[in-house]
Design a protein around this ligand. Sequence first.
Ligand code: FAD
Length: 439
Amino acid sequence: DPAVLLLTRDLRVHDNPALVEAARGGRAVAPLFVVDPAITVSEPRRRFLAESLADLQTSLRRLGADLVMRVGDPVVEAVRLAGQLDARTILCAEDVSRYARNRQRRLARACERERIDLWWGPGPTVVPAGEALPAGGGDHYKIFTPYHRAWSGRRWRAVAERPEVLRLPSGLDGDDPLRFFDDPSGRPAAVAAGGESEGRRRVRRWRGHAAGYGDGHDDMAGDRTSRLSPYLHFGCVSAREVVAEFAGNEAFVRQMCWRDFYHQLLAAFPDLATRVYRATAADDWADDPQALDAWRQGRTGVPIVDAGMRQLAAEGWMHNRARLITAGFLVKKLGLDWRAGLAWFGERLLDADVANNAGNWQWVAGTGTDARPHRGFNPIRQARRYDPDGDFVRQHVPELAHIEGPAVHEPWLLPRRPSGYRISPVDGGSAVEDVFEGR
Ligand code: FAD
C-alpha cells in the first residue's frame, strides 16, 4: 500500500518528517509536487523553485524514489495520483497562510470523501504556530519578546533522520522538473542557486562565520548574514535543523524566532498582508505612481535607498538593514501605502513569504498588531551608522562608485554634483526619531 507525499514548502530529503513517515516500514512513496497556476511566481523565484525541484529529484533518485510533477490544483492532483496508485495515505506538511489553510481544508474533505488517510507533518517553522502560547490564554502572541521567551522555553521536536532508501510504487515514472518551467536557465551570477544541496552547502559555510553574527549582522557592505532565507522559504533547508545546528548562537537563533513569530501571527491574522490593524497618522497614503516607480527602480535619489532597491533587482535578495531603510523610506518619507512596497518585495524577493514580508512591513509601517505604531527613521543617519564607509552604496550604485568614503551618502553636499545620478527632491530628513536599533 503506497503513500503519496504532497510536497509544498519542504523541498528536501533531510529533516523532512512527512517523508520519514511516508516511508515508514518500507512503504513505497510517491513524492508529488504540483505546480499550482493559482500561485503567481515571478521569474527569479520560478528559477529558484525549478532548481530546487531538480535538485530534489536528484536526491530522491539517489535514494531510490522519483519525483512526480503535475500542473493543476494540488488537492485534485494528490487525490488523483493516490487513485492511480491505489494509495490509501496522503502526507503533507502544514502551512499557515490563508491560501495554504484553505488548501488543507479542501484536502481533508477530499480525503474523507475518498476514504484516504491524511497525515499532517510539521510546517515550515521550528515551533508550529499555535504551540508556543501565552500562559494567560489566547491562541497567539502579538508581541515578540514574550513570544521569544515562550518559544525558547519549549522542547523542540527532534530533527528527523534522512531515510536511507526509498521504495518506488510500481508503475510510476518520475519527471524532469525543469520541463515544467519555461527556460529557467541563465541565472545571473549574483542570484542564489536554488536547492537543498546548495542550501546545505551554505549552512556548512555559515558555520565558519556565524560567530560574528551578533556584531556583524548590521554591516551592510560586509554581508555578514547567513543568506539562508530563500532556502528556508522553500524548505530546501529546515528551520528546525538550522536552529539545532547553531543552537549556541543566541543572536542568530533570535532572528530565526522572528520568523516563527510572524508565522504564528499570520496563522492568527489571515489578512496580515492586507489589513491595517492600527491606524496611524500615516494611514492617509499619498497617490504618487511616479514616486512609487522611482522607489521600485532604485532611483529615489537617496543613495542608501537606491542601493538597497538595486541589490534587490540584481540579487533577488536584500540585506535586512536595507529592507528596513527602503521600507521606512517608502512609508515615512514618500507617504506611500506599505502594501505597494509589500507587493513589490513579494514579487522580487526569492525569500518572499506572506508571514515574514507582511509581518515586517506592518512592523515598519506601524500598522500592525503590536504596540509601537510610531517607528520612524532617518535614512542618512542609518547610512552613516550601518554603511560607515559608503561601500554598500558603491557596490550597488555605479553612478556613485567614484565618490570616496561616506560622502557618497549625501551627494547633494558635494562641490560637484555627480553626473548621471539624480539627487533626491526629498532630503535625508531628520524630523523623525531613529528607533531602528535592536533589530
Ligand atoms: P539572517 O540575518 O542570517 O537571519 C537568519 C534567518 O532568520 C533568516 O533567513 C530569516 O529566516 C530569519 N529572519 C531574520 N530576520 C528576520 C525578520 N526580521 N523577520 C522574520 N524572519 C527573520 N524575510 C523573509 O524571509 N521573507 C520576506 O519576505 C521578508 N520580507 C521583509 C520585508 C521587510 C520590509 C523587512 C524589514 C524584512 C523582511 N524580511 C523577510 C526579514 C529579513 O530581512 C530577512 O529574513 C533577512 O534579511 C534574510 O537574510 P538572511 O537569511 O541572511 O538573514
